[in-house]
Design a protein around this ligand. Structure first.
Ligand SMILES: NC(=O)c1ccc[n+]([C@@H]2O[C@H](COP(=O)([O-])OP(=O)(O)OC[C@H]3O[C@@H](n4cnc5c(N)ncnc54)[C@H](OP(=O)(O)O)[C@@H]3O)[C@@H](O)[C@H]2O)c1
Length: 267
């Protein structure tokens, strides 16, 4: 993997950079000579990843905040206004709940939608403007196959991921006129700590590893607007049908089998 540190550096911001795909990306960016601002809620994992990245020679700032907080941008600006940011990765976004939509607490519905729509729009607006002015940079948004058809048990998440993809497609077109690359990554089952917290334990070879997704992301920064991880390409094509009922039945079966354990608990 060769990464253009002139184009995407000297600093990258990873929203959701303390574990899983986010920390795997951070390690690869550090190895490419790019410094990092890592955002997440929990302080300890942030500190641990930062120490590891400093060991690789990168400068690191950490920012513990909730991306769904209405004052989020103030915190991000306080930590980054003096830096030249060449890459924004919006990684945070997994659904922290599954189950029948009407049984979800309304506050969780709003939180998942905010995290996956408002959060990325706010940061893409802020950093996209600065990158367009400097004439180079990149914005990555992590999506999900769940966003390509109705996805029972994670409805707010799937609807919000559909927003992400269409949002990224338009942004890709506008910002490429100014030298800024935009990429939406359609992620499939990936073995991350967040999935384990949700009660989803993948068997060997059942899921991608965070490093696989990170590598595909960095290899495709110039190939926007959308890249689909190889393990999901066949399903992604299947879901692009005019028969939305069939797409939803098929997507639903996959999501329900992945979320079976928590769904059974919710029953
Ligand atoms: N894992 C999969 O199977 C899978 C499948 C399809 C798509 N994806 C997508 O891949 C991306 C990464 O998923 P993931 O499984 O690693 O889980 P995740 O819950 O999105 O966690 C990734 C990072 O985001 C941070 N984060 C989560 N919520 C946050 C919030 N409200 N404010 C600030 N930081 C927050 C986490 O740290 P804290 O908890 O400390 O905040 C962590 O550093 C997501 O966009 C997800 O939708 C994942």
């Amino acid at each position: 993997m060769s990464l253009d540190a002139q184009r995407y550096g000297p600093w990258a911001v990873i929203a959701g950079g303390s574990e899983g795909i986010g920390s795997a990306l951070a390690a690869m960016l550090a190895d490419a000579g790019i410094n990092l601002v890592l955002i997440a809620r929990k302080v300890e994992p942030l500190k641990q990843v930062a120490a590891e990245l400093r060991g690789r020679g990168a400068e690191v700032r950490t920012l513990a905040l909730d991306l769904t907080d209405p004052a989020m941008l103030d915190g991000v600006r306080a930590a980054t206004d003096d830096l030249d940011i060449g890459l924004l990765v919006y990684n945070a976004g997994a659904s922290h709940r599954t189950g029948m939509f009407v049984d979800w607490p309304l506050e969780d519905v709003i939180k998942v939608i905010r995290l996956n729509t408002e959060g990325q729009a706010i940061l893409a607006h802020h950093f996209g403007k600065r990158m367009a002015a400097r004439g180079r940079g990149g914005i990555v948004i992590m999506g999900s196959l769940a966003g390509n058809a109705g996805s029972p048990s994670v409805i707010p998440y799937a609807g919000a991921k559909a927003f992400s993809q269409i949002f990224a497609e338009g942004l890709w077109w506008e910002l490429k006129q100014h030298g800024v690359d935009v990429l939406h990554v359609v992620v499939g089952s990936t073995d991350t700590p967040a999935m384990a917290r949700l009660g989803i334990i993948f068997r060997h070879n059942e899921a991608d590893q965070p490093e696989d997704v990170a590598r595909i992301t960095l290899d495709n920064l110039r190939n926007g607007p959308v890249v689909v991880v190889p393990s999901m390409q066949e399903r992604f094509e299947m879901l692009a049908t005019i028969d939305r009922g069939a797409a939803t039945e098929s997507n639903g079966a996959l999501v329900m089998s992945n979320t079976k354990q928590t769904w059974e608990k919710a029953d």
